[in-house]
Design a protein around this ligand. Sequence first.
Ligand code: A3D
Length: 320
Amino acid sequence: MARPKIALIGAGQIGGTLAHIAAQKELGDVILFDIAEGVPQGKALDLAQCGPVEGFDVALKGANSYEDIAGADVCIVTAGVPRKPGMSRDDLLGINLKVMKSVGEGIAKYAPNAFVICITNPLDAMVWALREFSGLPHEKVVGMAGVLDSARFRHFLSLEFGVSMRDVSAFVLGGHGDTMVPLTRYSTVGGINLPDLVAMGWTTQEKLDAIVQRTRDGGAEIVGLLKTGSAFYAPAASAIEMAEAYLKDQKRVLPAAAYVKGAYGLDGMYVGVPTVIGAGGIERVVEIKLNDEEKAMLDKSIDAVKGLVAACKGIDSSLA
Ligand code: A3D
């Protein structure tokens, strides 16, 4: 049986890391696509030369033409520009919207059956625009943010509690940005939820609030340290988890920026929600019961995403 084909649209920091992890896991043959000439080819050759050392058998190829992504089973999109210190994700909107148009058209022409994972920021607006430009079914176009945001939350919680990160599970809802909604009631350590752990004296509400805030600012903290770009290792690992769930029909329950129509009272928009990812793409949106405070936080986050989508429509009249 032929190996699956994974097209990485954007061969920058995240794109290169995606290629490396995909090859190490032997998820399929990898095409690295970028407008920068030589960069995807150079990274593909360098990574292919890891093969004998790391022991993987997949083909890696760099490309500057969309023809090379033909028939891809998965496309992961990081094309565009990342944040620099002092920039918000929303500052990237105008530049990256144009990029989504060319990427969406390329995918529509050459890989219309792919499962498409968008990482380009501002995430919730870019995944919406990419879906509009590509015309692919909504369940086949999704944004990666929740896996990363909850990984950050899990990491900080494991440090606070002094327990293995593997035993910490966390839920983050809403848009990817300052309005994201870390759900403490649905986040657990060994099955015990965070409010109970506060009651048990494992931590204090103040410390928990500080961890929630650090999670919201998790991307900016790394941008501030790197100075020349944004996080790329954990974003790549998170998107690979989603791609693997699709390729292996794992039916993983993962938070993702999915198209929501009906659930959470939404009338068709992309926002971060718990989903089930399998061979059908986004097979289910999980609607969890929210209390008034959580609902208010989610509404605020939804408003922020709606504002970004409106801004996209203002920039590109074909989206209106
Ligand atoms: P970077 O290393 O700059 O790579 C982006 C690549 O896109 C570069 O190699 C560019 O040449 C390429 N590119 C630009 N325009 C096009 C185009 N029209 N077609 C094809 N390729 C193009 O950035 P990065 O890899 O660090 O980040 C990529 C994106 O991911 C940025 O928008 C980040 O803000 C975003 N990001 C999102 C998250 C989320 O959790 C959602 C996390 C981290 C970064």
